[in-house]
Design a protein around this ligand. Structure first.
Ligand code: AMP
Length: 127
């Protein structure tokens, strides 16, 4: 499958330092920053620095080093957020939206890490 990457998306601009971000963690291949419109008390986005549009693109074409690095950054942030006494209990939710079905707004692969309050059931029933 051929994947088309739009380098004018907002996360590409963040990676080029054209717009600011609230960095949580940065490694050679990965950047994690706070979501600008948090849905939960803790809402972190983790993105690879490479030009991948979604999870299946990343899984198919990223290097092993990029995949390991991304996975470990997500894990490290989850470990830090996993227990928040008085802020909704332990745990977190990972979400990665893709395409129209997933209602993806920014076409650069990203993982949402949500934590800090009970999040309810996983997916709403269809209307
Ligand atoms: P998605 O619908 O999965 O593509 O989610 C995109 C997310 O990016 C949303 O939660 C937005 O609030 C977030 N977002 C958009 N622009 C920025 C920005 N400049 N800095 C941080 N987060 C952003």
């Amino acid at each position: 499958m051929a994947y088309a990457y739009d380098d004018q998306n907002i996360f590409a601009k963040i990676l080029r330092r054209e717009i600011p971000n609230s960095t949580v963690m940065e490694t050679e291949h990965t950047l994690a920053f706070n979501d600008i419109a948090p849905q939960t008390p803790h809402h972190v986005l983790v993105i690879p620095k490479g030009p991948y549009v979604n999870h299946d693109h990343f899984a198919a074409e990223a290097t092993d080093a990029e995949i390991v690095d991304f996975t470990r950054v997500v894990g490290a942030i989850c470990a830090g957020l996993a227990i928040q006494p008085g802020e909704g209990g332990e745990g977190y939710r990972l979400i990665s939206n893709a395409g129209e079905t997933g209602v993806q707004e920014v076409p650069h692969y990203h993982m949402h890490i949500l934590s800090g309050r009970p999040l309810g059931r996983m997916v709403k029933k269809a209307d």
